[in-house]
Ligand binder design. Structure first.
Ligand code: SF4
Length: 420
């Protein structure tokens, strides 16, 4: 039987064709779109005026795997500190491209602070708040001219929360004239898409090449995001930045972002993603990078960090040893990645199984690169370890976690070391 679409059995649809955009700092060129891997990006939540604090957070985000980091550039004081942030990062050997987030006064800041304009690798412009009435066109033009002058790409980032109200009002009026008016949601979708595509066309007319333009149309509802990006992807071939805006905190933010992004990525839509999570109080900002990577890795689109396969546990698991080991190993693997990424190429594809009992433990462990099957209730207190499908050892006693971690570390060096 011919299936209607290979979405059913054949994995993700082919990636949507988009124009590649190079985002650069020094030797580091991050290509977005054009078939390049889907990029992970993030945004700081420090005050940009605090150059050292911001540079430290950018470094943390970059080390976690963010391939571009956005900082807000909201005031003259913030713009004045951008070159210092860049210099500090360069001194620390962090060559991640910095993206400047501009609203309301970007045209002034980019013109009054040329060192800021030059230190950034990309500008984010929100066409909904670059000015009002007659000033809008002039101020938008000034920002695009700055991008042309400094040869920087821009993301034209439309957001439902700051949509161009004149455009929306005009479209509502036009809609009222239709013999059968669209519902309000469809008008909203159309306004978002028109704002993004129209602003991009205007930027091209002002001299910014299409390979310097990335588009986004962010909304906070999953179904709206899927609808808007599916249509936006059909109407243009600019590279697309995906993100569910204001996704929220904790599991709600993670689930909503994953639900929206996964549907679009499965349809081949999206060239770079950001997961807009609200950190828990005191929580690390790098959480959004981890979630973005895990979305891409669990979908089989990219690999970043060895994955731990763990069963959920059940009444057959005797103690918390199993949960503790699974969590410890995942943390250990992630913590090693800044070092391993260069030293052990390919390690990001490794699977490690940590299983709670004999029911699925040995089977799942044999399928992983390394697996351990902990003893369930009623089983003898022994944990067989499997490497590349073969049982190599049985661990016993109260140092199982430490011994297993050592086995993983030895395996990585042996299997992925450059000599290997
Ligand atoms: S592998 Fe064992 S402990 Fe884990 S969920 Fe299955 S039956 Fe329960």
């Amino acid at each position: 039987m011919q299936l209607e679409h290979d979405l059913v059995f054949g994995g993700p649809a082919p990636r949507r064709q988009s124009i590649p955009v190079d985002v650069r700092w020094g030797e580091n060129v991050v290509t977005v779109g054009g078939g390049a891997p889907v990029r992970v990006q993030s945004m700081t939540n420090t005050d940009t005026v605090d150059a050292i604090g911001t540079a430290i957070q950018v470094k943390e985000l970059a080390q976690a795997g963010s391939e571009m980091v956005r900082i807000t550039v909201n005031t003259p004081e913030a713009a004045a500190e951008v070159p210092a942030i860049r210099e500090q990062l360069d001194r620390m050997g962090v060559d991640v491209p910095l993206v400047g987030d501009f609203h309301y006064n970007g045209h002034i800041l980019l013109n009054q602070f040329p060192d800021c304009a030059a230190a950034l690798s990309k500008y984010r412009i929100n066409p909904g708040n670059v000015g009002y009435g007659a000033k809008r066109d002039t101020q938008y033009s000034q920002m695009i001219e700055a991008a042309c002058r400094y040869d920087k790409p821009v993301r034209i980032g439309v957001n439902w929360g700051s949509l161009d109200q004149d455009l929306l009002a005009r479209m509502m009026d036009e809609n009222a004239q239709r013999p059968t008016p669209w519902d309000a949601k469809r008008v909203m979708y159309e306004a978002l898409i028109s704002s993004a595509v129209g602003s991009a066309e205007r930027a091209v007319a002002l001299g910014l090449p299409a390979n310097r333009i990335i588009l986004s149309c962010k909304v906070s509802d999953v179904q709206d995001l899927v609808a808007v990006y599916t249509e936006l992807g059909r109407r243009c071939d600019y590279a697309l930045h995906l993100g569910l805006t204001e996704a929220g905190m904790g599991s709600k933010g993670i689930v909503a972002s994953t639900a929206a992004l996964a549907v679009l990525l499965q349809r081949g839509i999206g060239d770079t993603i950001r997961v807009s999570l609200t950190p828990e109080p005191g929580g690390a900002r790098t959480g959004e990078v981890v979630v973005a990577q895990e979305i891409l890795q669990t979908m089989g689109l990219r690999s970043f960090t060895p994955m731990v396969i763990a069963c959920p546990g059940c009444g057959r698991t005797t103690s918390t040893v199993f949960q503790e080991l699974a969590s410890k190993i995942q943390d250990y693997l992630r913590a090693q990645m800044p070092l391993w990424r260069d030293t052990y190429p390919g390690v990001e594809d490794m699977d490690v199984a940590v299983m709670g009992c004999i029911v699925n433990g040995p089977g799942e462990s044999k399928h992983a690169n390394i697996g351990i099957s902990l003893p369930g209730s009623g089983e003898s207190p022994a944990a067989p370890v499997f490497i590349d499908g073969e049982k190599v050892k049985t661990l016993r006693g109260d140092r199982i976690a430490e011994e297993f971690q050592q086995i993983v570390s030895d395996y990585v060096a042996r299997r992925y070391g450059r000599a290997a």
